[in-house]
Design a protein around this ligand. Structure first.
Ligand code: GLC
Ligand code: CA
Length: 561
């Protein structure tokens, strides 16, 4: 396999609005991030993916961009951005931007021009269609609720297409001028020195532009966005052209947010000649998805979760590298989601981190994950800011759930769970801002915060630092980067275990997710205990047995027979 500069790197995701507020307006900003670069460096982070920082009306928190060449004033200036780049370079770190090009904001000048004159030059940058018998052109439900078609103001019977909010009109990737504008913009950022992009909602750019109706799957008579996407094809050629005109020329790092990929396409996406460097593995997150909404989320099941994780690892093994996440800005906190109540402790949190960070692939740590941040408790729908949460609440109510039941679903699944401000200290506003935070701060900041954990050698933070350091150590970086992933002890309930092996080394990672202690037969000799999530790193093993307490995780350097 050809070696790439980003193999073996550790990435993190920053959600700028909630990271650190440097000027007291309650909103995180670029100067705030700059002031925390040493913190990120100390964690061992090489690549930072910034959620969108472009100018935006923030209908969907910056995923609705009104100017691709400007920094949102809420976050600072282009000068601040250049400082951030320079400061990262100084520290040997790489900046990855969010590339949101399936849609732009309805306030983008292209769209403003287009609705003024849909038959004019900008009209073809978007999808305008005539209605059918006084109805929308087709029966598609947007991701955030309601029809994907919105009437054009002042134009009788003309609609535009939006897969997400109506303020996020889809861009027409079948229009060559539009594609060229996008390539130009991407290259402008790459010229500036960004190392690459996380590529938002990219599968949505392919469309069946005849927009046929599909069978309805809900009482609203609409069909889901998932159906719409999976009926379209042709993404491969589009992504290849994109790559050749942009990323490839700069040896950029790209990570795709890809849902609804056809299984046989993995090679085309992340193989050696793939469209992207890597893509996120969402298999764990999709596992419990409800058919009609969050209110139908299925209960979490450990075995199914382990299977999903292992299957994804096995499928990628001979193809390329997945990017592994526990959580991101669209997902609830992993500690609250993947751990049973008895494991939502520092030990359990470390255990979850151990099995995730040592998988084969590129680890992405989401801000706050490294201190074990959890879902917040939300008492009323008014406390949420997220557009999707408001929609899901509505869906649940319309399905007949009470306010309390709908709120339960939102508490479990809301995207705002991951968007509450970063917990820096036990002081006022968790040390995030000197003003009023734009979103509720999780009251557990008194127990869970960076400052306390810095001072505690047994903290989750210091454990994460050790894990990252182990992964990147001269001795083991080859096995953790290029080594094989081999599942182990799958017949045992509650045990998640795997080897990472190369010609020279066999590492065994074992975790006991159960309430009871477990005893495991070792298939080789323990040369060295590399990590343990227990106090004083004491591990109970003999020549061929390993005894694990509930929520115990260990990493062993093995000598195999
Ligand atoms: C992606 C983003 C999400 C956003 C959506 C629309 O899924 O991660 O936050 O709402 O795309 O841009
Ligand atoms: Ca600010």
């Amino acid at each position: 396999m050809e070696k790439k500069w980003w193999h073996g790197k550790i990435a993190c995701q920053i959600y700028p609005k909630s990271y650190y507020d440097s000027n007291g307006d309650g909103i995180g900003d670029l100067q705030g991030i700059i002031s925390k670069l040493d913190y990120l460096k100390a964690l061992g982070i090489d690549i930072v993916w910034l959620s969108p920082v472009y100018r935006s009306p923030f209908v969907d928190q910056g995923y609705d961009i009104s100017d691709y060449y400007e920094i949102a004033p809420e976050f600072g200036t282009m000068e601040d951005f250049d400082t951030l780049l320079a400061e990262m370079k100084k520290r040997g770190m790489y900046l990855v931007m969010d590339l949101v090009v399936n849609h732009c904001s309805s306030e983008h000048k292209w769209f403003q021009e287009a609705i003024r004159d849909p038959e004019g030059p900008y009209g073809k940058y978007f999808y305008f269609r005539k209605g059918k018998d006084g109805h929308a052109p087709s029966n598609y439900r947007s991701y955030f609720g309601g029809s994907m078609w919105e009437p054009v103001p002042g134009r009788e019977d003309l609609y535009y297409y939006h897969a997400f909010a109506k303020e996020q009109p889809d861009l027409n990737w079948y229009c060559p001028e539009l594609r060229n504008k996008i390539y130009e913009m991407i290259n402008w950022w790459l010229e500036k020195g960004v190392a690459g992009f996380r590529i938002d909602a990219i599968i949505n750019i392919q469309k069946d532009t005849t927009f046929p109706d599909y069978p309805a799957d809900g009482p609203d008579g609409l069909c889901s966005a998932d159906t719409v996407v999976s009926r379209a094809s042709g993404i491969g050629e589009m992504l290849e052209e994109l790559k050749v005109h942009t990323f490839q020329k700069y040896d950029a790092f790209t990570v795709g947010e890809v849902f609804n990929m056809k299984e046989e396409e993995l090679q085309e996406f992340i193989g050696e000649q793939g469209h992207f460097s890597t893509m996120f593995d969402f298999s764990q997150h999709l596992l419990t998805a409800g058919e009609h909404g969050w209110y139908e989320q299925r209960p979490f099941c450990f075995e199914a979760w382990r299977d999903a994780l292992f299957t994804a690892q096995e499928k990628a093994a001979s193809v390329g590298f997945l990017s592994n996440i526990i959580e991101n800005h669209d997902e609830p906190r992993g500690v609250s989601r993947f751990l049973p109540a008895y494991a939502q402790t520092p030990a359990g949190t470390k255990m979850l981190g151990t099995v995730n960070l040592l998988l084969r692939g590129i680890p992405f740590i989401y801000q706050g994950q490294e201190i074990g941040m959890k879902n917040a408790k939300w008492n009323s729908i008014d406390e949420f800011d997220d557009i999707s949460t408001k929609d899901q609440y509505q869906i649940a109510r319309e399905a007949g759930l009470s306010d309390r039941e709908a709120m339960e679903a939102c508490n479990r699944m809301s995207r705002d769970n991951a968007r509450t401000p970063m917990q820096w200290t036990s002081g006022e506003n968790a040390g995030f801002t000197k003003g009023t935070a734009w979103l509720k701060i999780n009251p557990d900041y008194k127990e869970i915060n960076v400052e306390d954990q810095e001072n505690n050698p047994d903290s989750v933070l210091n454990y994460y630092r050790k894990l990252v350091a182990l992964r990147k150590s001269d001795e083991f970086k080859n096995v953790f980067t290029y080594g094989e992933f081999i599942p182990e002890y799958e017949e045992m309930d509650d045990i998640l275990a795997f080897y990472r092996t190369d010609a020279a080394t066999s590492i065994l990672v074992v975790a006991n997710f159960g309430t009871d202690a477990a005893s495991i037969e070792l298939k080789g000799n323990v040369k060295r205990v590399l990590m343990s999530n227990q106090k004083n790193e004491t591990v109970d093993y003999t020549k061929n047995r390993l005894n694990l307490k509930s929520c115990e995780a260990v990493v062993l350097d093995m000598e195999m027979e």
